[in-house]
Design a protein around this ligand. Structure first.
Ligand code: HEC
Ligand code: HEC
Length: 233
């Protein structure tokens, strides 16, 4: 019974998610296309950068993001492991997170306070600035358990593989689809922290609660292995 319930929950979450993502994505086909088709979203071409930056002006965003750069790095590569890298992250995802921090569906003492002070126009520019930087990249971590779960999930527990939504390099699905964030090459400590927040229900802002459902089935060891593997991508 529990399995059936989980199955329905994941199904529902996926349905919600793909409905949400089509609002952003150019076509339903793209949003639903299996990533095993081998899409490699490490693309830093001018066209890809423009698509992922969103509506803001990256040039104006450089000055407006001085405060942010203090923690997230001048080009979005932060040095401290608990402050996420923003380099090459989707502009609309960055903006969404700030509004979620402000609304309280995601909480963090510093970010929630800062988010409330940034206007929508400035946020779009700041987001575009970080999004337009060369995408974050890891240095390759051999982690068999993390790799297995990332690529294949575990159907005995109805655990959907990460690759389906985050792409084979953890860089998302397509430059024009900001629903699925870049996670490949992100700091390990930050990734592990977010996975724990999702599992414990402290972070509830993923569409349809999909990340809450997926992380509920993960043990501490699996979660650590995933963070290790993904940070190396
Ligand atoms: C004092 C340090 C500090 C400053 C200044 C700061 N941040 Fe953050 N930011 C953090 C930390 C720490 C987190 C991780 C929050 C968490 O654990 O949920 C974070 C998280 C974020 C996230 C979520 C990233 C993700 O991958 O989900 C975004 C987006 C973000 N910050 C953007 C900004 C922007 C834009 C500014 C400037 C307006 C800014 N931050 C200023 C420390 C800072
Ligand atoms: C069904 C699609 C889906 C699957 C499968 C999925 N994710 Fe996610 N994930 C998302 C979405 C959508 C978000 C963005 C949530 C938001 O808007 O805040 C997300 C967010 C995240 C974040 C937070 C990123 C950040 O910068 O804060 C991490 C980490 C993450 N996922 C890791 C994983 C891992 C590891 C797996 C596999 C165990 C996985 N995801 C499977 C859809 C998915």
């Amino acid at each position: 019974m529990l399995h059936v319930k989980n199955h329905i929950a994941v199904g529902l979450a996926l349905a919600v998610l793909f409905t949400t993502s089509t609002a952003f994505a150019k076509s339903t086909h793209k949003a639903l296309a299996p990533v095993s088709a081998g899409v490699e979203m490490s693309d830093d071409s001018a066209e890809a950068i423009k698509l992922r930056s969103g509506p803001g002006d990256p040039v104006a965003g450089k000055d407006k993001s001085q405060l942010c750069q203090g923690c997230h790095g001048e080009v979005g590569i932060s040095l401290e492991g608990m402050a996420p890298k923003l380099a090459g992250q989707y502009g609309k995802y960055i903006a969404k997170q700030l509004r979620n921090f402000q609304a309280g569906t995601r909480t963090h003492q510093i970010m929630s306070a800062i988010a409330a002070t940034v206007s929508d126009d400035d946020l779009a520019d700041i987001a575009a600035y970080f999004a337009s930087q060369t995408k974050m990249k890891g240095d390759g971590h051999d982690n068999e358990l993390g790799k297995k779960l990332f690529l294949h999930g575990d159907m005995s527990r109805m655990m959907v593989a990460c690759v389906n939504c985050h792409g084979v390099n953890g860089k998302g699905k397509s430059p024009g689809n900001p629903v699925f964030p870049v996670i490949g090459g992100q700091h390990k400590d930050y990734l592990r922290g977010q996975l724990i927040n999702f599992r414990d229900g402290d972070r509830g802002n993923s569409p349809g609660g999909v990340m809450n459902i997926i992380t509920q089935k993960l043990t501490d060891e699996e979660l650590d292995s995933l963070a290790d593997y993904v940070s190396g991508l």
